[in-house]
Write a protein that binds this ligand. Sequence first.
Ligand code: SF4
Length: 286
Amino acid sequence: MEVKEFKSFFKTVGGNEGNKCHYPTRLDTYGCGCQHNCDYCYAKSLLDFRKMWHPENPAVADINKIRRKIAKLPKDTPPIRLGGMTDCFQPIEKTHRVTYETIKCLNENKIPYLIVTKSAMVADDEYINILDKNLAHIQITVTNTNDEQYRKLNYEKASLPSERIKAIEKLQKLGFDVQLRLSPFIPEFIDYNILNNVQCDKILVEFLRVNSWIKKWFDIDYSDYTLKQSNYNHLPLEKKKEYLSKITGFKEITVCEDYTEHYEYWKNNFNVNPDDCCNLRQDISI
Ligand code: SF4
């Protein structure tokens, strides 16, 4: 299959998301498709109808161009997000290794990075060996805690929930700044006994926001999603607090939020670090 080049690999996100997100600069090693092909994927929702989403054959960024871009970044650059639009540890990484080389280049240039992935590959020994504890922040996304239910629902083609949890625990044990990223948080898919027993200090929660695209994919009860903002429906604050009260097994909890009034509430009353809803370990970056 012909390999296409992914040219727009470096972007700073603006708008509502960019204003709230602390780490809006993204470096995507693969694009125009992601082999995990999650039904509800935001990037897919934007590209699919324009026939620009190719999960069977994602485009691959040119590592030499990435190296040149990184070399020009100022030395005090805040963490760059790897895997903001598509997963930088999707299976194609095993063949092309652009993420592997990008991490090495970020290390050489002392640029901190935030990896967001649904793959356990990030905890494979070859990556552990190059991840720099002084620069790397890792968030492994969990959307379901039950392998059987996950297989049956088949809404993503990424690592099994148990594999992701094992990867989180391995990174935690080794002293990396790792978080379980519960995103999107779909309460129907979560067994709190499993979640609260994950051996990890930190959890980040991002509630499901609902539009007509999302409703196509999940057979769940949407009647509580009554608040509307920017074309999405959200749960009321009290309902969110009720779900959060069930998450008890982590030392630090933080909420990544899109709904403006709730964003202010979490920031001022709930998040462990009011200045950083991603709650990255501060002493290791820059
Ligand atoms: S892993 Fe992320 S980028 Fe890839 S399909 Fe799923 S939601 Fe989209």
